[in-house]
Design a protein around this ligand. Structure first.
Ligand code: 3HC
Ligand code: NAI
Length: 726
C-alpha cells in the first residue's frame, strides 16, 4: 500500500509501503493514485512528497506479476503522468534504492532529493525488459542521450553522487532525506511547474546524433550475446530522439510487450529468483539456513598465491577482511606478492574512492609470509595449492595442528574429494570446499561443497563469506567435479568427439557461441591451458606413464576415450600460453585465436590412423550432443541429491561457466524445450555411440518424462533418493 499523511502544514506525504523493497504491486499503485487524488482535492495541501518505507524508495514493479498470464503492459505509466500533471509540486525523497518503476515514479515527480548513500538505476534490461513506464522517454530528456543509453542498456546502479553530477537528482543530502524533502517542497510551493515536467522538455541535441546512435548500437549488440533486451532498450531511447513524447511512449509500450512475451524475459526473471532461492540452502540431512548462524570472519588466510590464490586474496581485501597470504618459499612469495599488489592497484583505481577504501599497504590488513605459524589466529583458511591430493592432505594436517580450534579450513580444489582432505585433520566438521572460479576476484560464483562431516555452521559461514565477497554462493554435495565441473566433463568430451568424427574446433565453438556462450569449449580450453586437464588425466591414470601397456588408444575402462587433447599436449600445444593449442595465436600469450592449418592436417592424419570416416556434422548435432549431455549429467546430479534443485545448477552455470543468462541456465533451458525431446535425442545419439556413457539417458530424466514432463518447480518432488553420494 501507500500511506497518506501530512508532513508539514502544507505538504502531503505519500509513503510507499510494501516490504521488503516497496515493489510497486497493484495495491501500492492504487494507493499511490488515491493519495495523489486526495492531495489534489485538498486545498490546504500545497505540495506533495513521495517517499518509501524502511529507508528504501522502491525497487520498481513487482517482478512476480510479470509471469501472470493476464499481464499486458504496465499500469504504472498513467500514474506517473498523473504525478507529472499535478498542479502542486511533487518531490521524491530517494533513500536506499530507486530502481526500475521506482525511478520512473521519481522521474514523474517535479523534483528529486536523494540521500548520499542511495542508488538509482533501470535494471529492467537485466530481467529481459525495458523501463516500460515512460522511463525511456523521460530519462534522455533529463540527462541527455549518451548517459541515458548507458543507464538503460546496462542496468547499472548509479550512486547518488553520480546521479547529482548527471542532473538526475536536484540535491543530495546526508541528513534525514524525508525531512529535507519536506523542507524543499515547502520552498518550491508556487514556483512554475512547466519547466519541471520532463515530458514537455526536448531531448538535448547532439551535434552528431546519428553517428553516435549507430556506434552505440554496434556496441550494444556486441555486448548482448544474443540477448534481446539491450537492443530494444536502445530502440526505445532512439525513439525519444526522433518522436514527440506521446509517440515515444507508444513505441516504448510496443517494445516492452515484445520483450514481456519473449521467452528471454521469463528466463532472466527465473534466473533472478533462482539466485535468491539458492541462498536459502538446505542439505539432505535437514540442515538449513533457517536454523544455522554463521561465525564472523575477522581474519582469513590464503595458502598458495598462484592463478587462484591471487584473485582470492584480492577478493578478501576488497571485502575489507584482513588476510594472511602464504606461499611455499620466498621466491614464490615474492612472485605472488607482486601479482596481488598489481591486482589490488588495478581494483583500487576502478573503485569509486580509489585506494582510500582499499587499505592493502597496511600489514595489519594484508600480510605475506612463508611461516605457517602465523596462521594461529585466523578464523578461516582457504587453501589454493596445486591440485594434488597428497599435498592438500599434508597442508590440512598442518593446518589442523596450527590453527585455533574454531577456525574453518576451506579448499579451493576443483574436483577432489572433500572427505578425503578432511580426513587429514582432527576437525572434519570444520572442513569445507570453497570453489572459486578464475579470475577469482571477478567471477561471481562460489561453489560451496559440504562433506560428510561438514557442520551446518561451516556451511552458513561459507555462504556468509560469499555474500561478503559479493559473490553468489551455491551449496552442493561432494562428488568428483562437484556440480559445475561434473556437468562440464561430458560437454567437453562431446566437443572433442565431434572433432574426431569430422568437425573442427572453430565450427564447434561457433555453434556454442551463437547459442550465447561467451566462449566455446576449445577457445576456453586454450585460455585455461590444456596442461591442466592433461595433469588431471595423468593423475587418474588415463594417459601418461601410468597407463597400462596395451590399452587401446581410443578406449578407457571399456568406454570411448579421445586422446586428442593428450596428443596436443605432447606436441607442447598448451593453448594461449604457448601460442598454440586448438587454435594458433600471434605469439605465446597471444589472445587472438585463428584456425590452424597444422591442426587440420593433424586431425586428418589422426582420423586416417584410427580409420575414422570423416563425415559432415551439422549445427544441430553439435548443439544437441554438447548441451544435452551436460543437461543429462545435471539430471543425475539431481537424482543423487548433490544439489537441492535445478535452480542450483542453473545459477552455477550462469555465474561460473558463461551460460547465456537469457536462456535461464541448462535445466531451465531443458524445461523450455521439453524433456521428451531431450530424451528422444539422447536415445538416438546413444544408439549411435553406445560406448559413451554421457549420452545414455539419465534414469531421472526418463522418470520425469514418464511422469508427463512436469514443470521444473515440481521436478524434485519426483526425486526419491534423498542422500548425496557420500
Ligand atoms: N519485485 C518483486 N520482488 C522483489 C523485487 C521486485 N522488483 N525486488 C526484490 N524483490 C524481492 C526478492 O525476490 C527478495 O525476495 P525473498 O526475500 O523472498 O527472496 C527480496 O525482495 C529482497 O531482495 P534481495 O534479496 O535481492 O535483497 P537485496 O537487498 O540484496 O537487493 C534489490 C535489493 C537491489 C532491490 C534487488 O532485489 C533488485 O535488484 N531487485 C530487482 C529490481 C528490479 O529489477 N527492478 C525493476 C523491476 S521491473 C520494472 O520496474 C518495470 C517498470 O519499468 C515498469
Ligand atoms: P597454481 O599452480 O597457479 O598455483 C598454486 C600455488 O600453490 C603455487 O603458487 C605454489 O607455489 C603454491 N604452493 C604449492 N605448494 C605449496 C605449499 N606447500 N605451501 C604454500 N603454497 C604452495 O594453481 P591454481 O591454478 O591457482 O590452482 C590452485 C587450486 O585451485 C587447485 O586445487 C586447482 O584445482 C583449483 N582451481 C583452479 C582453477 C583455475 O582456473 N586455475 C579454477 C578453480 C579451482
Amino acid at each position: 500500500m501507500a500511506q497518506y499523511a501530512r508532513g508539514a502544514a502544507a505538504v502531503a506525504v505519500i509513503r510507499l509501503h510494501n516490504p521488503p523493497v516497496n515493489a510497486l504491486s497493484l495495491t501500492v499503485l492504487q494507493a499511490l493514485e488515491d493519495g495523489l487524488k486526495r492531495a489534489d482535492a485538498d486545498p490546504s495541501v500545497k505540495a506533495v512528497m513521495i517517499c518509501g518505507e524502511n529507508g528504501k524508495f522502491s525497487a520498481g514493479a513487482d517482478i512476480r506479476g510479470f509471469s501472470s498470464p493476464k499481464r499486458h503492459g504496465v499500469p504504472l505509466g498513467p500514474i506517473i503522468s498523473l504525478i507529472e500533471r499535478s498542479e502542486k509540486p511533487v518531490v521524491a525523497a530517494i533513500e536506499g534504492i530507486a530502481l526500475g518503476g521506482g525511478l520512473e515514479v521519481a522521474l514523474g515527480c517535479h523534483y528529486r532529493i536523494a540521500h548520499v548513500k542511495a542508488h538509482m538505476g533501470f535494471p529492467e534490461v537485466t530481467i529481459g525488459l525495458l523501463p516500460g513506464a515512460e522511463g525511456t522517454q523521460r530519462l534522455p530528456r533529463l540527462i541527455g542521450v549518451p548517459a541515458a543509453l548507458d543507464i538503460i542498456t546496462t542496468g547499472r546502479h548509479i550512486p547518488a553522487t553520480e546521479a547529482l553530477k548527471l542532473g538526475l537528482v536536484d540535491e543530495v543530502v546526508e541528513e534525514n532525506t524525508v525531512e529535507a524533502a519536506i523542507r524543499f517542497a515547502n520552498k518550491v510551493i508556487g514556483q512554475p511547474l512547466g519547466p519541471r515536467r520532463l515530458s514537455l522538455k526536448p531531448v538535448p541535441k547532439l551535434p552528431n546524433m546519428e553517428a553516435f546512435l549507430s556506434e552505440a548500437l554496434v556496441k550494444v549488440k556486441k555486448q548482448a550475446h544474443g540477448c534481446l533486451a539491450p537492443e530494444l532498450c536502445f530502440q526505445a531511447v532512439k525513439a525519444a530522439t526522433e518522436q514527440p513524447f506521446a509517440d515515444g511512449v507508444r513505441k516504448e509500450r510496443e517494445l516492452f510487450n515484445i520483450l514481456l512475451t519473449s521467452g528471454q524475459a521469463q528466463a532472466l526473471q527465473y534466473a533472478f529468483f533462482a539466485e535468491r532461492e539458492v541462498q536459502k540452502w538446505t542439505t539432505p540431512n535437514g540442515a538449513s539456513w533457517k536454523s544455522t548462524s554463521p561465525q564472523p570472519i575477522r581474519k582469513a588466510a590464503v595458502i598458495g598465491l598462484g592463478t587462484m590464490g591471487r584473485g582470492i586474496v584480492t577478493s578478501l581485501v576488497k571485502a575489507n577482511i584482513p588476510v594472511v597470504a602464504l606461499e611455499q618459499n620466498v621466491e614464490y612469495l615474492n612472485m605472488g606478492r607482486k601479482a596481488v599488489m598489481l591486482l589490488l592497484e588495478r581494483e583500487a583505481m576502478k573503485m569509486e574512492q580509489g585506494a582510500q577504501t582499499l587499505d592493502f599497504h597496511n600489514p595489519a590488513r594484508l600480510q605475506f609470509t612463508v611461516d605457517f605459524d602465523v596462521l594461529h589466529d585466523v578464523d578461516l583458511v582457504i587453501e589454493a595449492v596445486f591440485e594434488n591430493m597428497a599435498l592438500k592432505k599434508e597442508i590440512f594436517h598442518k593446518l589442523s595442528r596450527i590453527c585455533k580450534p574454531g577456525a574453518f579450513l576451506c579448499t579451493n580444489t576443483s574436483a577432489l574429494n572433500i572427505d578425503e582432505i578432511a580426513s587429514a585433520t582432527s576437525r572434519p566438521h570444520q572442513v569445507i570446499g570453497t570453489h572459486f572460479f578464475s579470475p577469482a576476484h571477478v567471477m561471481r560464483l562460489l561453489e560451496i561443497i559440504y562433506g560428510h562431516h561438514t557442520s551446518p555452521t561451516a556451511i552458513a559461514t561459507a555462504v556468509q563469506l560469499a555474500k561478503a565477497l559479493k559473490k553468489v554462493g551455491v551449496v552442493v554435495g561432494n562428488c568428483f567435479g562437484f556440480v559445475g565441473n561434473r556437468m562440464m566433463f561430458p560437454y567437453v568430451q562431446q566437443a572433442v568427439f565431434l572433432v574426431e568424427e569430422g568437425s573442427r574446433p572453430e565450427a564447434v565453438d561457433q555453434v556454442l557461441e551463437d547459442f550465447g556462450f561467451k566462449i566455446g569449449p576449445f577457445r576456453m580450453s586454450d585460455l585455461a591451458g590444456l596442461d591442466v586437464g592433461w595433469r588431471s588425466r595423468k593423475g587418474q591414470g588415463l594417459t601418461g606413464a601410468s597407463l597400462p601397456p596395451g590399452t587401446p588408444a581410443r578406449q578407457r575402462h571399456g568406454h570411448r576415450y579421445s586422446p586428442l587433447p593428450d596428443l596436443l599436449c605432447e606436441n607442447s600445444r598448451f593453448g594461449q600460453k604457448t601460442g598454440k593449442g586448438w587454435y594458433q595465436y600471434e605469439k605465446a600469450g597471444g589472445r587472438t585465436a585463428k584456425p590452424d592449418p597444422w591442426l587440420h592436417n593433424f586431425l586428418a592424419q589422426y582420423r586416417d590412423t584410427h580409420h575414422i570416416k570423416t563425415r559432415f556434422i551439422d549445427q544441430e548435432e553439435i548443439l544437441e550432443r554438447c548441451l544435452f549431455s551436460l543437461i543429462n549429467e545435471g539430471f543425475d546430479i539431481l537424482a543423487e541429491g548433490i544439489a537441492a534443485g535445478p535452480e542450483h545448477l542453473d545459477v552455477i552455470y550462469i555465474n561460473g561457466y558463461g551460460w547465456p543468462k537469457h536462456r535461464g541456465g541448462p535445466m531451465f533451458y531443458a524445461s523450455t524445450i521439453g524433456l521428451p525431446r531431450i530424451l528422444a535425442k539422447l536415445q538416438k545419439y546413444s544408439e549411435a555411440h553406445p560406448d559413451v556413457p554421457g549420452l545414455q539417458p539419465s534414469a531421472f530424466l526418463k522418470k520425469l518424462v514418464a511422469m508427463g514432463n512436469p514443470p521444473l518447480k515440481e521436478w524434485m518432488s519426483y526425486q526419491s533418493r534423498q542422500s548425496n553420494k557420500l
